[in-house]
Design a protein around this ligand. Structure first.
Ligand code: ATP
Length: 243
């Protein structure tokens, strides 16, 4: 299996009872690339990300993370993965710094100090790290959660809706944080979003996903050109309509 790609997803299928949530999804992500999975509510983004993060098993298909078969050997694959679930929460009674300590010991047992320092830096929370998270704004909580997912510098970071529920200022800060992280570490990243503006700004390549199917894939610019669209939103609508 080639290691040029940090992530290879091939022909994933997943049903919940009668509901087929993911129908043959496949894509590849290289080192240093931010890949966006874009689609409306219920498109199958979270299911796909949860399969890649080894939290659920697909009915069919393959996932390779840095050359490791993530379905056959999830424990080895997890060593390469940092995952932020869409509904992740902080512990209100703990400070931000206590979160960093806990996660650094868990994710980087060989060198927790280094991971704590990196987590402090990327969170950008400064002295506020020593406050309880019950005193944080939504944007600060999100920045802490993303720092926790990234502090061990995983080869593959998976962020499900990283700016969900944030105002424009908080979203801009989070996007900046994500871009700086990928530039400084060369890690691969997969994010999901329904915010096309965010995706256009942040992602090197994207896959449009609708009703469990990838309907188009390419760089935001390629997709806009391919569908003779004004922007990514219009390209998405045309890609879905053309199926
Ligand atoms: P959103 O943007 O709203 O988070 P999504 O693109 O992430 O949506 P999924 O959460 O993967 O989509 O859901 C895909 C489909 O599978 C939806 O129809 C959803 O209702 C269904 N589904 C997801 N998880 C479950 C579950 N645990 N049990 C039953 N159905 C589920």
């Amino acid at each position: 299996m080639t290691t040029e790609y940090i992530l290879i997803v091939d022909n994933l299928w997943k049903s919940y009872g009668d509901k087929v949530a993911v129908k043959g999804v496949g894509f590849r992500v290289r080192k240093g690339e931010i890949f966006g999975l874009i689609g409306p509510n219920g498109a199958g983004k979270t299911t796909t990300l949860r399969i890649i993060a080894t939290l659920i098993k697909p009915d069919k298909g393959a996932v390779w993370v840095k050359g490791v078969d993530a379905i056959k050997d999830p424990i080895s694959a997890r060593k390469h993965i940092g995952y932020l679930p869409e509904d992740a929460e902080v512990y209100p009674r703990l400070t931000g710094f206590e979160h960093l300590l806990f996660y650094a010991r868990l994710r980087s047992p060989d060198n927790p100090e280094k991971a704590i320092e990196f987590g402090k830096k990327i969170s950008g929370l400064g002295k506020r790290l020593f406050d309880r998270t019950s005193e944080y704004s939504k944007g600060m909580k999100r920045r802490l959660l993303i720092a926790l997912a990234l502090l061990s510098k995983p080869d593959l970071a998976i962020l499900d809706e990283p700016t969900s529920g944030l105002d424009v200022y908080a979203s801009v800060r989070v996007r900046k944080m994500i871009r700086e992280y990928v530039t400084s570490t060369g890690s691969a990243m997969v994010i999901s979003s329904h915010n096309m503006l965010e995706v256009e700004y942040l992602c090197d390549r994207v896959a449009f996903i609708n009703k469990g199917v990838v309907v188009a894939e390419g760089s935001p610019r390629e997709l806009v050109e391919k569908y003779s669209a004004e922007n990514l939103e219009e390209a998405f609508v045309k890609a879905v309509a053309g199926r």
